[in-house]
Design a protein around this ligand. Structure first.
Ligand code: CO
Length: 134
């Protein structure tokens, strides 16, 4: 059920500033900044031929990445996102295998307008994992 690597997310204080060098030095296509209030982040994407880099910046007082950015003042890799064909089927299998789904366990609409879930880093070798329905 594991599909493509959809993106690697880097959490920073300023997503547009962080993405800039990917455009100027690497020649990557850089998206506009998009606020996602439901997720408490502002996102900017750099598009690579085989995946994307998602720069996320805290938005609002209760941003789930506020503490991470506080602890990592220069920014840091925050999560990796895998595509799955069916997010509900994936969730059922993951839970059955002992993985913990974060939040209320119900998919939210992510940065690409598709349902996403986050999985507990302790169940994935210390890496926060996002799954997105392809
Ligand atoms: Co993401």
């Amino acid at each position: 059920m594991l599909g493509r690597l959809n993106h690697v997310a880097i959490a920073v204080k300023d997503a547009e500033k962080a993405a800039k060098i990917y455009g100027t030095a690497f020649g990557a296509e850089i998206s506009a900044a998009v606020p996602l209030p439901e997720h408490g982040v502002i996102t900017v994407f750099a598009t690579l031929p085989n995946t994307k880099i998602e720069f996320i910046q805290p938005l609002g007082e209760n941003s789930p990445i506020a503490k991470f950015v506080e602890r990592n003042a220069d920014g840091g890799i925050h999560h990796i996102c895998y595509e799955v064909p069916d997010i509900i089927a994936a969730r059922e299998t993951l839970v059955k295998e002992g993985a913990r789904v974060l939040g209320d366990g119900e998919p939210k609409i992510g940065a690409h307008g598709k349902p996403v879930l986050f999985l507990h880093p302790k169940d994935f070798s210390g890496a926060l994992v996002e799954i997105e329905q392809a």
